[in-house]
Design a protein around this ligand. Structure first.
Ligand SMILES: *[C@@H]1O[C@H](CO)[C@@H](O)[C@H](O)[C@H]1NC(C)=O
Ligand SMILES: *[C@@H]1O[C@H](CO)[C@@H](O)[C@H](O)[C@H]1NC(C)=O
Length: 329
């Protein structure tokens, strides 16, 4: 009887010891963290130390904020929600021509790098073209594809272009925001032959009503710009008709969505509009020169260029299709 008890005791003893040791080790070890510890983070303190956000370089956590958080202990108040980034609406009139897809590709490559941008592409056509539809579907950008043909009588040299297309873009914006309270937004006219610096989008995003900036390679000069004194626009540096109320190129201004919605009748006019007066005629309806907000360091930096693609030489293009495959260009 006694030997049976002993043998049972010796069988159990190692197990009891193991259990005791494991319990002991477990209480000494700091509680395992739920998320894997980033060993490369300089912000992670030693064992059991406070865990801190990793996103050092992210735009919303400057060094100041990081330092604040490091210092806090106990439950932290929920972070303040960031105000929504105003959406930039880029209205691009476009028409079929040999360089169309090349120009749109250039533009899409720029726009894809801009946060919260919505591209409104308006074709001068009786229907949406397959080329542009396919292009947009693969562009990887939030976009809207519209079309409106320019009436034949307006297709003459010397007459302003893209009036109907810009107005179709404006109409779409107004329609879309008809019922909801407008989210913050900024609209600009992004012709498909211009070149845009990414900095331009940062500048225009803070537009409160109407903002302006210089434009390069336009009006027969290296640049045109609004003249600014004490932070206000007081005139125009331009090589052409400085007497225009707003002597500015289509690429030189942005308008807040709010202003577009509160001036529902503001459109580009055909009737009574002289060549080169499109911008002035439009801006007159929604703002005054005194109200303009100069951007780009008080209008001293060129962030957009009125580039012009050279007319392509298709002199050797055969009249009839000769290649064995059909290729979209
Ligand atoms: C915590 O922040 C306060 C000021 O907010 C500062 O006086 C104090 O030295 C900081 N403590 C540590 C441990 O950094
Ligand atoms: C523009 O000019 C105004 C008045 O001279 C000045 O207060 C402001 O800081 C300037 N803005 C920039 C971005 O330089």
């Amino acid at each position: 009887m006694k030997s049976v008890l002993f043998s049972r005791f010796f069988i159990l003893l190692p197990w009891i010891l193991i259990v005791i040791i494991m319990l002991d080790v477990d209480t000494r070890r700091p509680a395992p963290s739920l998320t894997p510890r980033p060993y490369f983070s300089p912000y992670v303190a030693g064992r059991g130390g406070a865990r801190l956000p990793l996103r050092r370089g992210s735009p919303d956590s400057g060094p100041g904020r990081g330092a604040q958080k490091r210092n806090q202990s106990g439950p932290q108040p929920p972070p303040q929600p960031e105000p929504p980034l105003p959406t930039i609406y880029a209205i691009t009139p476009t028409y079929s021509r040999p360089v169309q897809k090349a120009e749109l590709t250039r533009l899409a490559n720029t726009f894809r790098q801009v946060a919260q941008l919505h591209w409104i592409l308006v074709e001068d056509a009786a229907a949406r073209s397959e080329l542009v539809s396919r292009f947009l579907a693969r562009a990887g950008l939030p976009s809207t594809h519209l079309h409106v043909p320019t009436p034949r009588r307006y297709k003459r040299p010397g007459l302003p272009r893209a009036t109907e297309q810009r107005n179709a873009g404006l109409a779409w914006l107004r329609q879309r925001h008809q019922h909801q309270r407008a989210q913050p937004g900024v609209l600009f006219f992004a012709d498909d032959d211009n070149t845009y610096s990414l900095e331009l989008f940062q500048e225009m995003r803070t537009t409160r009503k109407v903002s302006v900036w210089p434009v390069g390679l336009v009006g027969g000069r290296r640049y045109e710009r609004p003249l600014v004194e004490n932070g206000k626009v007081v005139g125009w540096y331009t090589g052409w008709r400085a007497d225009r109320p707003f002597a500015i190129d289509m690429a030189g201004f942005a308008v807040s969505l709010q202003v577009i919605l509160s001036n529902p009748k503001a459109v580009f006019k055909r009737h009574g509009s002289q060549p080169g007066m499109q911008e002035s005629d439009f801006l007159k309806q929604i703002t005054t020169v005194e109200e303009l907000e100069p951007k780009a360091n008080n209008c001293t930096k060129v962030l957009v260029w009125h580039t012009r693609t050279e007319k392509v030489n298709l002199a050797n293009e055969p009249k009839y299709h000769l290649d064995t495959v059909k290729i979209e260009v």
